[in-house]
Ligand binder design. Structure first.
Ligand SMILES: [Fe+2]
Length: 232
C-alpha cells in the first residue's frame, strides 16, 4: 500500500474529515478539519508519525468552523482553498487542475462549483473527496453562498463523472450512515444526479427544496472567511 487513509467524523454537523498520506515519506494532508475535533485529529497525526504538509478545505463551509487556520498555526502546514473563495488567510490559492505533492504522489484539485462558487474536489490515489458537491445518493444545497443548481449539475456530470467508474467517492458529509461510494454507483443510482437525470428537472427539484439554514451559519461564514482563526 502506497497510501495511508483515515476517515474521521464530527457528529454534531455530520462532517467527515480525511487524513491522507504517502506511506513512504509520511507526508500528509488533512481535508476539511473541524475546530471541535482538532485535538483528536492532531493526536492521530502525531501517533502516525506523519509530516503534515497541507490543510485543505473543499469550500467555505456554512455549517461548522474550519480548523484550517489553527492547524496551520500549530503544525506549520500550508493551507489551501480555491482561488474563487476570495480569502487572503491561506498559503495556496488553488485553480482548476492545481496539484500538490505528498512524496511522489499527486493531489489534483478540480473546480466543482455549484454548492458554492468556490467548491473543489480533490483526487488522490483513486479517491475523490467531493466536499458538498456530490454526496452519497445526494448533493449539496444550492440556495446560498452563490450556489447554482445549473453549475452543480455541470460539475458533477462533466467533471466528476469523467473519472474512472471505480474511483471511490468520499463526501464532506453523510446524514444516513454511509461512508463512501463510487463514481459508478452515483452515476447509476444518485436520485437527482444520476446519468439519466435531466438538468432541467434537477434545477426544478433544487428550487423547490425548502431547507432551514444551518444552525451555525451566522458564526461559521465570517469565521471561515478568516480561516477559522478568531480575532478577539
Ligand atoms: Fe457546505
Amino acid at each position: 500500500m502506497k497510501t495511508l487513509f483515515y476517515q474521521l467524523f464530527e457528529k454534531e454537523t455530520s462532517t467527515y474529515t480525511y487524513i491522507i498520506a504517502d506511506r513512504k515519506t509520511r507526508e500528509a494532508a488533512i481535508i476539511d478539519p473541524v475546530i471541535e475535533t482538532i485535538d483528536r485529529d492532531l493526536n492521530l497525526i502525531r501517533e502516525l508519525n506523519l509530516n503534515l504538509k497541507y490543510v485543505l478545505d473543499t469550500h467555505i463551509h456554512a455549517d461548522h468552523i474550519t480548523a484550517a487556520g489553527e492547524i496551520r498555526k500549530r503544525m506549520g502546514a500550508k493551507s489551501a482553498i480555491s482561488k474563487a473563495a476570495r480569502v487572503d488567510c491561506v498559503d495556496i490559492l488553488l485553480d482548476d487542475g492545481s496539484t500538490l505533492l505528498l512524496g511522489d504522489q499527486v493531489i489534483t484539485a478540480f473546480s466543482t462549483p455549484g454548492h458554492t462558487d468556490s467548491c473543489m474536489s480533490f483526487l488522490f490515489d483513486g479517491r475523490i473527496f467531493t466536499g458538498d458537491a456530490l454526496l452519497i445518493r445526494g448533493n449539496g444545497r444550492t440556495d446560498f453562498q452563490e450556489g447554482s443548481s445549473e453549475r452543480l449539475f455541470e460539475s458533477v456530470h462533466k467533471k466528476l463523472y469523467s473519472l474512472p467508474p471505480d474511483t471511490l467517492v468520499y463526501p464532506a458529509h453523510d446524514y444516513k450512515g454511509f461512508t463512501s461510494s463510487t463514481i459508478e454507483s452515483e452515476l447509476k443510482w444518485n436520485p437527482r444526479l444520476g446519468i439519466d437525470k435531466k438538468k432541467t428537472d434537477f434545477i426544478q427539484i433544487m428550487s423547490e427544496l425548502k431547507l432551514d439554514h444551518p444552525k451555525k451559519i451566522q458564526e461559521a461564514l465570517p469565521a471561515n472567511r478568516a480561516c477559522g482563526v478568531k480575532h478577539e
